[in-house]
Ligand binder design. Structure first.
Ligand code: HEC
Length: 444
């Protein structure tokens, strides 16, 4: 609570991170998969003297160069910009804990991009042996960048022994590190397969290369997809209990039609995954001639959806924490809750002093990381019809410790009684419908 806040209406600050992150996740996994797809396929083509395949790879390397070096890099840096504005406190913890890993990530990424540049320009100017070697360097560094960032990503959901020891390695190789790494690697391979299928459909319908490419790429996709599914089960087993509860609560009530959004999304992910694998088996793999480009585009969209939905779920099960068991999404340290809960808010939040309305400061610093007033997860809707007193009664519940039914979805509320009243007054004023005839009547 020691930083100013950034107000994003309508979509809310969380979705600023979310939108950038989902695009970046798709691109970066794509790049990791391509990192292996290019040199492996080159190796195969050279071994069998397939010049048509080599031409194809040559022609498409530029796409991966732009994708990785431009789109991947800007969205990757964009995430750090966005999280440091939206969640400065959590970002500071990540940097303090992992500064060394973060530095390595930059080095590895630099080598990755440099080797891809050489790989791209080297098609015509290098000996085949050297070109192939550079391809392997690209593959290795692309994968290494995943190996590193995966430690920081999984740390936020399962900080593991770090919570006690504060040890770098304890946080890095945390309980979800391995399943997440292996699952992401398989996802990367299957995305490379998806891309190959799509490119294949652009070729002449009866061309030999088209049929070969569709079959070959399907072999990248189908097994990776199936393995990723099994690894997902392993992953879910190491996810902390309260997070799983949010998911299974929904599943247990599936029969009575009371599903949590998360459960619905999880079921959709499962459904899409199986559908994609079957579509590829019966489409490009078994019937490469009949597989059209429109179908390939549909596959790509489905792949994008599954990747996005999986990332979104991972974010949701971490809530209400930014770093589970350590810091809430609004920057409140778990260890501070006991001693700060009922103290005047202004003592715990320096920037709140600049705001003449303590109620507004309370909203911005304690609610806005998850809610907007009128847009995403709107408080105007959640609190509709309530007056200041009834909102105050709700806020009191947020201070009730183990009797607070919202403790697994919202952080406890800091503030003395007067602060809660101020927040209730602020919210009731903000969510009240505009006075009749006011905003609607336009003067001629
Ligand atoms: C960590 C994220 C997070 C923070 C911070 C947070 N909330 Fe929530 N809140 C949620 C979630 C998730 C729900 C579940 C309903 C939904 O998805 O809209 C929710 C639901 C609610 C509801 C509806 C409750 C019901 O029973 O229907 C209200 C009212 C609410 N929040 C008010 C607040 C207020 C006021 C604050 C700030 C003091 C706050 N929230 C802070 C995540 C958060």
């Amino acid at each position: 609570m020691n930083y100013p806040t950034w107000t994003i209406d309508v979509i809310g600050s969380g979705w600023v991170i979310g939108l950038i992150a989902i695009i970046h996740v798709f691109i970066s996994h794509f790049a990791v998969g391509a990192g292996l797809f290019l040199p492996v396929t080159e190796y195969f083509a050279r071994k069998h003297g397939r010049t048509d395949v080599l031409d194809f790879l040559h022609h498409h390397t530029r796409f991966f160069l732009v994708l990785t070096a431009v789109a991947g890099a800007t969205t990757g840096v964009g995430i750090w910009f966005a999280i440091s504005l939206v969640q400065p406190e959590a970002t500071a913890t990540l940097i303090r804990t992992f500064v060394f890993a973060w530095g390595m990530e930059w080095v590895v990424f630099l080598v990755e991009v440099a080797s891809l540049v050489f790989y791209y320009y080297g098609w015509e100017k290098m000996s085949p042996e050297l070109h192939q070697k550079i391809g392997w360097v690209y593959a290795a560094t692309a994968f290494l960048s995943l190996v590193i960032i995966n430690g920081i990503l999984t740390f936020m959901l399962t900080p593991g022994t770090w919570l006690v020891t504060r040890s770098f390695w304890g946080g890095f190789f945390n309980p979800t590190y391995w399943p997440s790494l292996i699952m992401r690697a398989f996802v990367a391979l299957s995305l490379a397969g998806l891309w190959g299928i799509y490119q294949g459909t652009k070729l002449d319908r009866d061309s030999f290369l088209r049929i070969w490419l569709l079959r070959y790429s399907s072999r990248w996709l189908i097994p990776s997809y199936m393995f990723a599914g099994f690894i997902l089960i392993w992953y879910l087993q190491v996810v902390p209990d309260p997070s799983m509860a949010a998911m299974t609560r929904g599943i247990a009530t599936a029969g009575v039609g009371n599903l949590s959004i998360l459960t619905r999304v999880a079921m959709l992910i499962g459904l899409f995954t199986v559908t994609i694998a079957l579509l590829v088996l019966f489409g490009p793999y078994l019937n490469p001639k009949d597989f059209t480009r429109a179908k390939a585009v549909a596959l790509l969209i489905a792949g994008f959806f599954v990747t996005g939905a999986t990332e979104w779920s991972r974010e949701v099960i971490r809530k209400p924490f930014a770093i589970r068991g350590f810091m809430y999404s609004n920057g409140l340290y778990l260890q501070d809750v006991g001693k700060k809960l009922n103290t005047p808010f202004i003592e715990n939040a320096r920037w709140a002093r600049l705001n003449p309305d303590i109620g507004e400061a309370m909203f911005k610093m304690q609610c806005m990381s998850c809610h907007t007033l009128h847009g995403y997860r709107s408080l105007a809707i959640s609190l509709a019809g309530r007056d200041a007193e009834s909102i105050y009664n709700f806020l009191v519940v947020l201070q009730k410790g183990s009797e607070n039914p919202y403790r697994d979805i919202m952080p406890p509320l800091l503030g003395a009684d007067a602060d809660l009243k101020a927040l209730a007054a602020y919210l009731s004023k903000e969510i009240a419908p505009p006075p009749s005839g006011g905003a609607a009547s336009v003067k001629p």
